[in-house]
Design a protein around this ligand. Structure first.
Ligand code: UT7
Length: 315
């Protein structure tokens, strides 16, 4: 078995929803600019009391419940993040503890910025295949506490991002699956550091350069994945791109001549949640019944590094 089956999914969001109007009270911006340039209408920010670990644990709990599994049936936890509460212990270890797992299992974080969840899925699949997991079930999480590294004096970046977590319970399956992961060093990266408060650096990025990179790489990456899978775009039911900017997805749809409804968008409600963005979208599509059994979904990520990747999942 070389494919992956998703048995359950879930998400965790902070309580506080911050609208574009709220952002305009903090920094020199306005609702019109943010919606027309990005498609984002609101995002969620953690309060002082809320943590990335809590969001991740909530998402994991929901995913376990849906998969009808107890915490101790999980044999591996992989968490994708670059803005967890601590550099160490890992977010995966935090979730292991928060879930009340009583058995030791492999737990680790991966950091590939906004492509992180796809790296996490592939890492989990490889560990399941190698026999390194302690059971057939893995928990894969994408979670970010991005508001902790936002510079609220920089209107070019702080309006774009939001905090969130989403999780999937997966196991190996005999279903079509393909994955492409890539990275190449580039100075347009997002830089962030949430290591220690007194060493904190804020997230910085060259938004225009990342925009150009994204509209170029997404169609190429999709084509490469389809070729690897022996499929055509017509055989794919849904495409879930990293939710950075609505206009990035519009450009890609136009370039490919694809039906816009095939490309899911939810950045209007959550902003760019980096490693949480793809699983958050998948979770929504699964919970509302848009993704149905027998369908094929392609996920495409891109972000700091620069990193990029794509993954074919079958349901
Ligand atoms: O998750 C992966 C990493 N990040 C991304 O994928 C981000 C990709 N890039 C983008 O989404 C877009 O490039 C941005 C949303 C970041 C910027 O959009 P843009 O259309 O490329 O705008 P721009 O940077 O060219 O700025 C246009 C104008 C500038 O004013 P001037 O110089 O023309 O007078 C900016 O100062 O818009 C101004 N501006 C703003 N105005 C109001 C920039 N940010 C804001 C803001 N509110 N928040």
């Amino acid at each position: 078995m070389t494919g992956l089956q998703i048995l359950g999914s879930g998400h965790g969001l902070p309580k506080r929803c911050v609208t574009n109007e709220d952002m305009a009270q903090i920094v020199d911006t306005n609702n019109e600019w943010i919606t027309t340039r990005t498609g984002i209408e609101q995002r969620y920010f953690c309060s002082e009391e809320e943590t990335c670990g809590q969001l991740a644990a909530q998402a994991a709990q929901q995913a376990l419940q849906q998969a009808n599994l107890s915490a101790d049936q999980i044999g591996l936890i992989v968490a994708a993040t670059f803005t967890s509460d601590y550099l160490t212990p890992s977010l995966a270890c935090q979730v292991h503890q928060a879930l009340g797992c009583t058995k030791p299992i492999p737990c680790m974080d991966v950091n590939a910025a906004c492509t992180g969840f796809l790296y996490g899925l592939e890492t989990a699949r490889s560990l399941l295949m190698s026999g390194s997991a302690n059971s057939e079930y893995a928990l894969v999480i994408g979670a970010e506490g991005l508001s902790r590294v936002l510079d609220f004096t920089d209107r070019t970046s702080c309006v774009l991002f939001g905090d969130a977590a989403a999780a999937m319970v997966v196991r190996l399956a005999d279903t079509p699956y393909s994955c492409i992961l890539n990275a190449s060093g580039d100075t347009t990266s997002l830089f962030a550091n949430s290591l220690l408060p007194n060493q904190a650096r804020f997230l910085q990025m060259d938004g225009k350069a990342i925009f150009r990179f994204a509209v170029d790489i997404i169609p190429k990456c999709l084509e490469q994945l389809l070729q690897k899978s022996g499929l055509t775009l017509e055989q794919i039911d849904h495409v879930v791109c990293h939710q950075a900017n609505s206009r990035i997805i519009d450009h890609v749809v136009k370039k490919l001549g694809a039906p816009p409804t095939m490309f899911y968008k939810n950045m209007q409600r959550f902003g760019n949640t980096s490693a949480a963005s793809i699983p958050l979208a998948l979770d929504e599509l699964l919970q509302n019944g848009t993704i149905r059994p027998g369908q094929k979904v392609v996920c495409i990520g891109f972000g700091a590094g620069l990193t990029w990747g794509a993954c074919l999942l079958s349901f």
